[in-house]
Write a protein that binds this ligand. Structure first.
Ligand code: PAF
Length: 284
């Protein structure tokens, strides 16, 4: 496995892979890899001749009051995981290498469509998806990947990346991968590292709310207000940012639950104020 920190060297390696006619799978990450990332990486390795994992805590997707400085960095473990999974290249550049010291205000950015900016994570995390799309586009261009793997936990991110690929004619296939959960249901996230035992228990109520919603729908209760009330009761110790229902295909907010309904939650834990997100299809 090659560990590459600079763009020039990455380009040389990509030339070699292209000459071999290799299919290239890309798994973009910010490191602190867990079993969720592992599942993306294993899928990429199984479907491509060569897999590239990028590890880059992308500063331009963090807001001023967010957790850029304390975001977990576990490079040695991450490299070990990648090596064991059969990754060909880990690309882990510095901020300087990626952005040449240029401030976000002076960078060319890709903006998500305005119709998504007023909802869910885009609404509270101003500029977040500009940062995500811009770095993802850069990684697509640098790696010449044929497929890129994204987790469904970041459902809005996945939707926006797919939209960028379609709207801007990127020659890459986006592969959505299922959410990986702990045994009790907590969705895996690098930010779970911020939680102590008590907060972890509280955080589990996000999953319980989604499961609860699914049960209510199964019982024939599909009034979104009743589902929201039940969820708010379960998450009473948390600071709930949103509970929304969208059409999985269009990401339009839905006022009625149907087969296409994806329920999404963002909520902060009470002590460490860790912002967690999760989602589930609630109508079987
Ligand atoms: O989902 C993430 O970890 C990040 O948003 C991504 C896609 C690696 C871009 O920095």
């Amino acid at each position: 496995m090659k560990i590459i920190n600079n763009i020039k060297e990455l380009k040389e390696e990509i030339k070699i892979l292209k000459r071999k006619n290799s299919s290239i799978g890309l798994v973009p990450t910010m490191g602190a890899l867990h079993n969720g990332h592992k599942s993306l990486i294993e899928r990429a390795v199984s479907e491509n001749e060569d897999t590239i994992v990028s590890i880059f805590v992308n500063p331009i997707q963090f807001g001023v009051n967010e957790d850029l400085d304390k975001y977990p960095r576990t490079l040695d473990n991450d490299l070990e995981l990648c090596k064991n999974a059969g990754v060909s290249i880990v690309f882990c550049p510095s901020i300087e290498e990626m952005y040449q010291g240029i401030d976000k205000n002076d960078l060319t950015l890709i903006c998500p469509p305005y119709c998504v900016l007023d909802k869910l994570c885009a609404k509270s995390r101003n500029g977040h998806f500009d940062g995500v799309l811009s770095v993802v586009a850069k990684l697509f261009n640098l790696t010449h990947a044929t497929k890129a793997y994204f987790g469904q936990k970041d459902a809005q991110q996945l939707f926006i990346v797919k939209k960028m690929v379609k709207d801007l004619n990127f020659d890459i296939e986006i592969i959505p991968c299922p959410i990986v959960r702990e045994q009790d249901g907590l969705a895996l996230s690098s930010r779970n590292k911020y939680l102590n035992q008590d907060e972890r228990k509280i955080a589990l109520n996000i999953f319980k709310s989604l499961e609860g919603a699914k049960k209510l729908v199964k019982m024939g209760i599909n009034d979104p207000k009743k589902i929201v009330d039940n969820s708010l009761m379960l998450m009473k110790e948390m600071d709930v940012e949103y509970i929304e229902f969208v059409d999985i295909e269009t990401f339009e907010i839905q006022s009625e639950i149907n087969k296409n309904t994806l329920m999404l939650i963002a909520a902060k834990t009470p002590i460490s104020k860790t912002r967690l997100i999760d989602n589930m299809m609630i109508c079987e």
